[in-house]
Structures are given as structure tokens and as C-alpha cells.
Ligand binder design. Structure first.
Ligand code: FAD
Ligand code: NAP
Length: 869
């Protein structure tokens, strides 16, 4: 019995072994290879080297190593990296605890004993408390999925299992299948020896020249000046490499500036140079880089047909792992090298003598498969791992991996995975991510030892929440759209799930730290000290909402309610000045209309399509105190574009200068005027809906009640986004979200205090939820946000409308805050809700308008709806 069994002796296994030993744990590493190195043991093909600069792609945990080991090149070769890992193993005397040529085949959790039984390829059994899969993300070669591989009588090689003695291609006719990083690195060198080289390409990849050589001086300076600081900064970057971020998007800068950045990127020979943040988010932004890179390919490759075939057109840059190369595209200008585009002429079979495509039969002496790996999950599910109650991990993950933090999976106590799915792993400098996992896992073991706990397992709640969060983050980006090994799409039959965590090394490290500081949130522990569990979900906000809040937090602004009214208005205007502008519309027209006590400004947004359009009267948010007809500009634009309706945002008098019911009077007057001037405004008469956000939604709801009672105007629908529907602060959402989500309990109190006297707050024109009659109102969509003090009053309004027989839908926006749905082009996770809102408006406006009951029976009522209070 040992404390820990580690599977693998690559970058991860070696550091883990060293650290466990240092902490006084007994440990054994089991490795199927006959030496250390992992990736760098197996992948010995010509040209194999790292593509993250070696000063970054190396250990940081041994400060002496940093000075005693000098890398010879910017991108070290496979033999040099392997020498380095061997040196580390020897220096720290790690080999004595590694069993080489030993494959782990089975692992079974023994519930009563609280330990794992590991069965290896030599038939031995080892019992251990902790079981760690340091088995690699790219360690299981993808099985050959080309018909007839076994038939070929020539030599067959896999880049991922290259012979140790090397391969001499001199005078040989060689085929290489695959053009990922391994193909791209090896093809120029194979071409240098072979008599003929034919490259079989299914999907062209983006590649840039590595420009290998000495480490760039600036980099070396920064590294040598203060190695510890350099390493520390890498840990808090998005990709695990210190790079100054660019704060503007590719589409926010001039074409000249954009192209200068791309040119610098090309010249840098750096896989991770400073790049525009929207490249991973926006198709249009990414396409500018794709086209730049295609231009480079066309300028290098002389034969235009070959050049075009080498140009990637089916995925966005970065969504398949990009490559760095040394003369890849130039290789296709050599007379003895040709490219076969498998999209045009697929392989039909491998024959005894070569390869047959739909267009030709070719003869080869050697075939090289550079066809990649069963990545990220492959090595984990290759072991028959049985957890509690015999649960098989492969079965649990049959539809895609499920785990917490990418580190542990519910049902599998004391089993850890290093750089597992749901962690930054392959989207980062893996040396940094590996160290972070090793340290987190071993710190966790220490935590348990110090508290007399022996068993740890994530809860189902925590796991579900993490899987959701990983998917939410991925869905914000272009990554999941590509057919790539990131999504498992390269392996036939593998579930298609975006596997890594795209939030970045820094965000992820912060999250892992927060889990610990919150008492190992989401984990249950057991042991002699008893059982304990801090259940919960670590990331509940939508990822982009979380990032926005963090950014606002960094500004260190005073709470709005601590300011005077003018100060609060100025703050609100300053936020509006820096937000994305929203989409272009056909026309924007500013004007005035008569309000209840004087003219009111309006801003009309017309869609680009020919009119007349149905009209939506929009009331801005701002707690009846802030804002104006133009203050929700991006949202109005978005709504107009998505719904193909003209949106007219009207101003109303604000508190405290004009208190309740001034805003209501203006809002109703505006709707009445717009209804009777629809055609003048370019609208379609009789197709009118109302919409509002927050206090504006309060006004929209009240207007619907007033219009019903007044016998008109006829309204087709009401879209209420995060509405204020009462002044009841006792609801749960007020307690849950009192602070931290922009609209606080204190700020809402401040708004009410400015708007209405306490006695007036029960008037249904201030609190539409309190109206005694909620029947015969236009169809409604009520939108609420999970982290909003106003959430529950929105829900209550939807329920009350429904109870009164109304046609009402409620859209609950998971992970959103009060302000986030308004943040068009900034909070992308709100886009689907905005689409849903636009769809609802479309439904309202294309259906017949609701006849107010007063109109139908001719007994129109005027005046305020009666209060239930
Ligand atoms: P590995 O190095 O893969 O080691 C895992 C070990 O576990 C292997 O030796 C394997 O034999 C063993 N193993 C697996 N299953 C079992 C089992 N059941 N029983 C016993 N042993 C088992 N990343 C970067 O960040 N930068 C780069 O430049 C870079 N270049 C790369 C180049 C190539 C050619 C490849 C393939 C990958 C590259 N990577 C790079 C990713 C690379 O895999 C990681 O950086 C890192 O080396 C992974 O270390 P590891 O210890 O986690 O896994
Ligand atoms: P890969 O990126 O998955 O590339 C495999 C290639 O083989 C792809 O072009 C793929 O085409 C093709 N292919 C697979 N099956 C095929 C089939 N049946 N018929 C025809 N073509 C087929 O694998 P890799 O090149 O080994 O690289 C894997 C990862 O390892 C890299 O992305 C990188 O993270 C790491 N790596 C890094 C370096 C480095 O420079 N440091 C070097 C090598 C590897 P499709 O795209 O159409 O599937």
C-alpha cells in the first residue's frame, strides 16, 4: 500500500512525484514507456520541437534548474527537451519510484477500505489512498481510421510513436497523411531526404513561421532580470505566457493598425504574441486575420491551385490548434513534393503498394501517419476506472466528460486528473497549467492530512455547475464551432463536446483558489475526523458578466447611492460613453413629442428594411432618476435590428425634480401621441407594443393598465425587462442580491426615495403588481435576471398576470445581473435572451392588437387603475 499512485512520468508525473515525496507521502509512478519524458519520449519525428518558447515551456519549481539549464534555441528540439526531463529525473532521484514499461489497465475503488486497487499490465496490484492520472492530454495516438492500413507492405510510421533509431527517407517515395502540428513540423524535413513526398491533406491548418533561433533578447532580459517575478507573472496571464494584452478589438482599430499587428505577429515567430481580444469571439474580427494569413500562403506557394488548397477556409483562426513551422509552405514549391487535397479527392483505400484516392492510385515505399491523438480524455478512459458502486468512468463520460474544476469527478473519490477536461490544459502553456494542478492537488492532500480526512469527492451540484460554466465559457467563443480535437470531432464516435476551459489560466487559478478559501466549496470529505461538505456552485454568473463585474470592481468607483443626483447622472453618462455602440440601424431620428407637461425628447430607430414598420415604444431604465431617450441606445438598436420593428425611445420627466406620477403621466401621454401619429413616424398604424427596462419596464407595465382602463390606445404586447413592479424589499432576491451586482438594495432604495413618497409606493401606477385588476392586458414577456434584487417581483408580476388569465411568458436569464442584458456587444451571453425578446415582439406585433375591454364594450375607463392596497 502506498499513499499515491501516479500514472505517467512526463512533465506532470515527474513534478508530482517530487512534490509528494517532499511532503512525506509514499508514491509510485507507473509509466508504459521505458523512460521518463511523456510527450517528449514518444514524439521523436523529424522536426519535433515545442512551439511555446522554451524559457516559458519549462519548470518553474526548481529555481536552481533555471540557472543550471541553458536552452540552446528559442524552440528546443524534442531531444533537448527529453534531455532536460531526464536531467530533472536524475537530479531529484525520481527514477527509483517510477516503474517503467508498466501500463495501468484497471483501477477499482474499494469503498470499505477507502482506497484504490490498481492493476497493471504485468498483472501486479497496488493499493493506494490517492490515484492521480498524470497520463497526458496528447498521449494516446488516434487509431488509424483509413481503410486498408494493414494491407500496406511498405513501412508505416506514426509521428506519435516514432522509432528511437530514427528513419532514413533517402531515395524513398513517402506519403504523409495529416497536416496538424506534427505533419507541419515533419514535412519539410522529410522532404529534405525523400525522393518523392506526397502530402495528404484533409483540412488545411493555419501556420506561421517559427523563425527559430536564439531566444529574443527582450524576452531573455525580462526572464533573467527577475526569474521568480517572470514566472509569477506567467501564472496570472490568460495563456500562461507573459504577454501584454491589447485592450482594443481588431474591429475597433483602423485597418492600418490591424494589419500592422498581423504583420508583427507573422514576423515575431511567436505562437502567442499580443493579439486582439475579439479574435476568439467575433467571426468578422477573426476573418480579418484569416484573410491576412491566406494572403501570406498565396504569396509563398507558387502554384496557385496548391496555394488555394493550403488556405484554411472551414474554420476560424485558433479554433483548431494553429501551428508554427520552419519552411512548411515553401516545401510545396519543391519539384518532388505534391499536395493531395482529400476534400477534392478522398482516400478510398490503402493498398499493398500505396494509396488510392477517388482520382488516382499512387505507389509509396513509406507512409507516415501524422493523424493526431484521442486527446484530453483518451488516456483517462483507456484505463478501466471503477468508482463508487462499480461506476465506470468511461460510461459516466460516454456523452462527454463530467467533472469539477477539471480535477475530480463525482463518484470517483480520491481520483485526480492533471490537466483534465474542463481545465485550461491544452489552451495554455501546459508547463504552467501542469504545475498549478500538481500544487493544487498536493495542497489538497495536505489539507486533508492536517484535518484527519482521508476521502474527498466533488458533489453532484458542484460538478453540474462547473460543466455548465465550462460550456457557457466555450459558447461565448468561436472554438466549439470547429471540427477539431478540442471538441473530440477528430475521433470517430467520440462525443462532440468542447473539452478545455477557455476562461484562461489566470481566471481558472483564481477560481481554484476561491474554492479553497470557501472551505473547499463543492467537495465532500470523509475520514476519522467525520464527514463534512460545503456544497455549492463556484461560478454561477455568466462568464462575461463575471468579467464585467471584475472590471467594474477594479475601477474602485463609489457606490452610486453615495453620490448626489448630478453625480449619479454623470457616472451613468460616463459608463454610456465607453460601451460598444450596438448595431447599425436603417435610420436614427431625434425629435420631440408632447408630454403631459411639456415636450419630451424621443429617439426613433428604424430598421434598414423598407417600412412602414410596427412600432415599439421604449422606456429607458435608470430608476426614474437617470437617463434619457438616448440612454439605452445600443439595446434599442439591437431590438430594432432583431425584431424588424421601429423602436421609439421616449424621455419622461425624472425624479427628484418631477416626482411620481410625472413619469407615468409622460409615459402614457407619449404612447397616446405615438399611437395617433404612427404613420407620421413611419410606423404601421394599429401595430404598437410597449417595452422597457427596469424603471422603464415599470412604466411600460403601468401604461398597459392605463391604456386598458382608458379604452386605448390598443397595444399588441408588453416586453418587460427586469421590471420594477412593487416597492417590496422583503423578497428573497433582495436578500440574495443585496450587494455586488451593480443594482444593489441600497441603490434601489435610493431610487424609490427620489421617486415617490412612501404612501404613494402602493399606488398601482408606481407598483403595477398591486393593481386589483390584472386581466385584459396585452400579451406579455417578462424577463428576469438571476442575480437581480428585482428578480422576484418580476416573477411575481408574471405569475399575477397569468393568474388573471393573461397571455404571459416568463424568461428567466440564468447567470445574468440587472444591467447585463442591456450590454449589447459586451455581454455576449445575453444575446440569446435579446433574440428571444425580439421574437416575442415579432409575435406581439404580427398578431392582432388586443382590444382593451373598455373599447370593446364602449365603456372606456379613465384615470388610474384602482389600488389593491
Ligand atoms: P505526457 O507528457 O503525455 O505524459 C503522460 C505519460 O503517461 C506518457 O508517458 C504515457 O506513456 C503515460 N501513460 C498514459 N497512460 C498510461 C497508462 N495507462 N499506464 C501507464 N502510463 C500511461 N504543450 C505546450 O504547452 N507547449 C508545446 O510547445 C507543446 N508541444 C507539444 C509537441 C508535441 C509533439 C505534442 C504531442 C504535445 C505538445 N504539447 C505542448 C503538449 C504536451 O503534451 C504537454 O506540454 C506536456 O508535455 C504534457 O505532459 P504530461 O506529463 O501531462 O503528459
Ligand atoms: P492533429 O492536430 O490532430 O492533426 C492530425 C492531422 O491528421 C489533421 O490534419 C487531420 O485532419 C489529419 N487526419 C486525421 N485523421 C485523418 C484521416 N483519417 N484521413 C486524413 N487525414 C486525417 O494532430 P498533431 O498534428 O499530432 O497535433 C496534435 C497536437 O499536439 C497539436 O495540436 C499540438 O497541441 C500538439 N503538438 C504540438 C507541436 C508543436 O509544434 N509544439 C507539434 C506537434 C503536436 P483533420 O484536421 O481534417 O482532422
Amino acid at each position: 500500500m502506498v499513499d499515491t499512485v501516479v500514472v505517467g512520468a512526463g512533465f506532470a508525473g515527474l513534478y508530482l512525484l517530487h512534490r509528494l515525496r517532499g511532503m512525506g507521502y509514499s508514491a509510485v509512478a507507473l509509466e508504459s514507456a521505458d523512460d521518463v519524458g511523456g510527450t517528449w519520449y514518444w514524439n521523436r519525428y523529424p522536426g519535433a520541437r515545442c512551439d511555446i518558447m522554451t524559457v516559458d515551456y519549462s519548470y518553474s519549481w526548481d529555481p536552481d534548474l533555471e540557472t543550471e539549464w541553458q536552452w540552446s534555441e528559442k524552440y528546443a528540439t524534442q531531444p533537448e527537451i527529453l534531455r532536460y526531463l531526464r536531467h530533472v529525473a536524475d537530479k531529484h532521484d525520481l527514477r527509483r519510484d517510477i516503474r517503467f514499461s508498466t501500463r495501468v489497465e484497471r483501477a477499482t475503488w474499494d469503498q470499505p477500505a477507502g482506497c484504490w486497487t490498481i492493476v497493471t499490465s504485468d498483472g501486479n496490484e497496488i493499493r493506494c489512498r490517492y490515484f492521480v492520472m498524470a497520463s497526458g492530454c496528447l498521449s494516446v495516438p488516434k487509431a488509424a481510421d483509413v481503410d486498408g492500413v494493414d494491407r500496406f507492405r511498405g513501412e508505416v510510421y506514426y509521428t506519435s510513436r516514432w522509432p528511437h533509431q530514427g528513419v532514413d527517407f533517402t531515395g524513398r517515395r513517402v506519403a504523409v497523411i495529416g497536416t496538424g502540428s506534427s505533419g507541419v513540423q515533419s514535412i519539410p524535413l522529410i522532404a529534405g531526404q525523400a525522393a518523392e513526398l506526397t502530402v495528404f491533406q484533409r483540412t488545411p491548418n493555419f501556420s506561421r513561421p517559427a523563425k527559430n533561433g536564439p531566444v529574443p533578447e527582450a524576452k531573455l532580459d525580462a526572464y533573467q532580470r527577475d526569474r521568480a517575478a517572470y514566472r509569477a507573472s506567467a501564472r496570472w496571464t490568460r495563456l500562461g505566457v507573459p504577454v501584454a494584452p491589447i485592450d482594443k478589438g481588431a474591429l475597433q482599430v483602423s485597418e492600418q493598425e490591424r494589419l500592422a499587428n498581423y504583420e508583427a505577429m507573422w514576423e515575431s515567430g511567436d505562437l502567442l504574441p499580443p493579439s486582439f481580444p475579439d479574435l476568439v469571439l467575433s467571426e468578422a474580427a477573426n476573418e480579418t486575420l484569416c484573410e491576412f494569413l491566406r494572403g501570406k500562403i498565396r504569396s509563398i506557394v507558387k502554384d496557385p491551385v496548391t496555394a488555394e488548397a493550403l488556405c484554411p477556409k472551414d474554420h476560424y483562426y485558433g479554433t483548431k490548434r494553429p501551428c508554427l513551422d520552419s519552411g512548411y509552405y515553401e516545401t510545396f514549391n519543391l519539384p518532388h513534393v505534391r499536395l493531395v487535397d482529400l476534400r477534392a479527392t478522398p482516400i478510398t483505400s490503402i493498398t499493398e503498394d500505396g494509396i488510392e484516392t477517388s482520382a488516382a492510385t499512387m505507389t509509396f515505399d513509406t507512409i507516415v501517419f501524422a493523424t493526431g491523438f484521442d486527446a484530453i480524455t483518451g488516456a483517462v478512459v483507456a484505463v478501466d476506472i471503477r468508482g463508487r458502486d462499480g461506476l465506470a468512468l468511461a460510461e459516466k463520460w460516454a456523452e462527454g466528460p463530467r467533472n469539477y474544476l477539471g480535477i475530480m469527478s463525482a463518484g470517483f473519490p480520491n481520483l485526480f486528473t492533471i490537466t483534465g477536461p474542463g481545465s485550461p490544459s491544452v489552451l495554455s502553456n501546459m508547463a504552467v497549467s501542469i504545475e498549478q494542478h500538481v500544487e493544487w492537488i498536493t495542497d489538497c492532500m495536505r489539507h486533508m492530512r492536517e484535518r484527519d480526512l482521508t476521502v474527498i469527492e466533488p458533489t453532484a451540484t458542484a460538478e453540474d455547475g462547473w460543466v455548465q460554466h465550462v460550456n457557457d465559457f466555450g459558447d461565448l467563443t468561436l472554438y466549439p464551432r470547429a471540427i477539431s480535437w478540442y471538441t473530440g470531432a477528430n475521433v470517430p464516435g467520440k462525443p462532440r463536446v468542447f473539452l478545455p476551459y477557455v476562461g484562461g489560466v489566470d481566471t481558472y487559478r483564481r477560481v481554484c483558489g476561491e474554492v479553497v478559501s470557501r472551505g473547499y466549496l463543492g467537495f465532500s470529505f470523509d475520514g476519522p475526523a467525520g464527514r463534512r461538505c460545503e456544497d455549492g456552485v463556484i461560478c454561477r454568473l455568466q462568464p462575461d458578466v463575471q468579467l464585467m463585474l471584475a472590471m467594474i470592481g477594479r475601477l474602485g468607483l463609489p457606490p452610486m447611492e453615495s453620490l448626489d443626483v448630478e453625480g449619479a447622472r454623470a457616472m451613468s453618462r460616463s459608463f454610456a460613453a465607453v460601451r460598444p455602440p450596438g448595431p447599425a440601424v436603417g435610420a436614427v431620428v431625434d425629435g420631440v413629442l408632447p408630454g403631459a407637461a411639456g415636450d419630451l425628447g424621443y429617439r426613433l430607430y428604424r430598421p434598414a428594411s423598407p417600412g412602414p414598420h410596427p412600432l415599439v415604444v421604449y422606456f429607458h431604465g435608470g430608476g426614474w432618476v437617470l437617463g434619457g431617450a438616448d440612454s439605452d441606445d445600443p439595446f434599442c438598436r439591437d431590438l430594432a435590428v432583431r425584431s424588424n420593428a421601429a423602436v421609439i425611445s421616449v424621455d419622461y420627466r425624472h425624479a427628484p425634480e418631477a416626482r411620481f406620477p410625472a413619469a407615468v403621466d409622460d409615459a402614457f401621454a407619449a404612447v397616446q401621441w405615438i399611437a395617433s401619429h404612427a404613420e407620421v413616424l413611419g410606423g404601421r398604424s394599429g401595430r404598437l407594443a410597449v417595452c422597457g427596462w427596469s424603471a422603464g419596464a415599470n412604466l411600460a407595465a403601468v401604461v398597459c393598465q392605463l391604456a386598458r382602463d382608458a379604452g386605448g390606445p390598443m397595444l399588441s404586447g408588453q416586453l418587460l425587462v427586469a421590471p420594477v413592479t412593487s416597492a417590496d424589499f422583503t423578497r428573497r432576491s433582495y436578500a440574495d442580491n443585496a450587494e455586488g451586482y451593480v443594482l444593489t438594495r441600497a441603490l434601489m432604495q435610493w431610487f424609490w426615495d427620489h421617486y415617490a413618497d412612501t404612501a404613494e409606493r402602493n399606488d398601482p401606477r408606481a407598483a403595477p403588481l398591486l393593481s386589483r385588476d390584472l386581466s385584459r392586458l396585452p400579451p406579455a414577456l417578462v424577463v428576469t435576471c438571476e442575480f437581480d434584487p428585482l428578480r422576484d417581483e418580476g416573477v411575481a408580476y408574471a405569475e399575477a398576470l397569468r393568474a388573471a388569465g393573461g397571455d404571459v411568458r416568463h424568461l428567466d436569464c440564468r447567470g445574468q445581473i440587472h444591467t447585463s442584458l442591456m450590454a449589447v456587444d459586451a455581454i455576449m451571453s445575453g444575446a440569446s435572451a435579446r433574440q428571444e425578446m425580439a421574437r416575442a415582439l415579432g409575435t406581439f406585433l404580427h398578431a392582432a392588437p388586443v382590444m382593451a375591454a373598455g373599447c370593446q364594450d364602449g365603456r372606456a375607463r379613465t384615470g388610474p387603475p384602482s389600488s389593491a392596497a
